[in-house]
Design a protein around this ligand. Structure first.
Ligand SMILES: [Zn+2]
Length: 165
């Protein structure tokens, strides 16, 4: 029986086992979509913010969070979508950005004011394979709507870039 009323650190550890269905190396904690955790006894409520409006992965994420919490003995976990404030790539952890790069996806740029003010501007994106800046965008949409497809001019490898928001 859970007696503490504030065991959210234990819940956070459980949520670190829940991976993004599109990027299986990245947990929902490192992705930064978990905004708040509330617990009272064994009743848990998790607030998540979608990375991209209409991103179909969020339904899967919400279901996976509930299943993982139930597997750890929380009988009726609740997942609530919190749409405001909107998710930004700033919420992604440094660990998450590193894992994204190791997975072959260029992590979002830090200078988002320079690169993200115009949605259709060409962004300078570093190749996650060879670290070259000589890259070009092939398509606004990559493997999912959350990513753009880029190609490296040096190593000639295509890669996904996780879009800024
Ligand atoms: Zn390259």
């Amino acid at each position: 029986m859970v007696t503490t009323t504030n065991d959210t650190s234990a819940i956070k550890l459980i949520l670190e086992q829940v991976m993004d269905p599109e990027i299986p190396v990245l947990s929902v904690i490192d992705l930064g979509v978990v905004r708040n955790i509330r617990s009272a006894g064994n009743k848990v409520t998790v607030f998540i913010t979608p990375t991209y409006s209409g991103c179909p992965a969020m339904d899967v994420i919400a279901m996976n969070i509930r299943m993982e919490l139930m597997a750890h003995g929380y009988p009726e976990p609740e997942v609530i979508m919190q749409l405001h404030p909107a998710w930004t790539t700033d919420w992604m952890t440094e660990k998450g950005k590193t894992q994204l790069k190791q997975y072959g996806i260029a992590p979002p740029m830090l200078n988002r004011h320079a690169s993200c003010t115009d949605l259709f501007a060409e962004e300078s994106v570093q190749c996650p394979h060879c670290a070259s800046w000589h890259t070009g965008r092939l398509s606004e949409f990559g493997s999912t709507a959350c990513k753009s497809l880029y190609k490296c001019d040096d190593c000639l490898e295509p890669f996904d870039y996780f879009k800024c928001h």
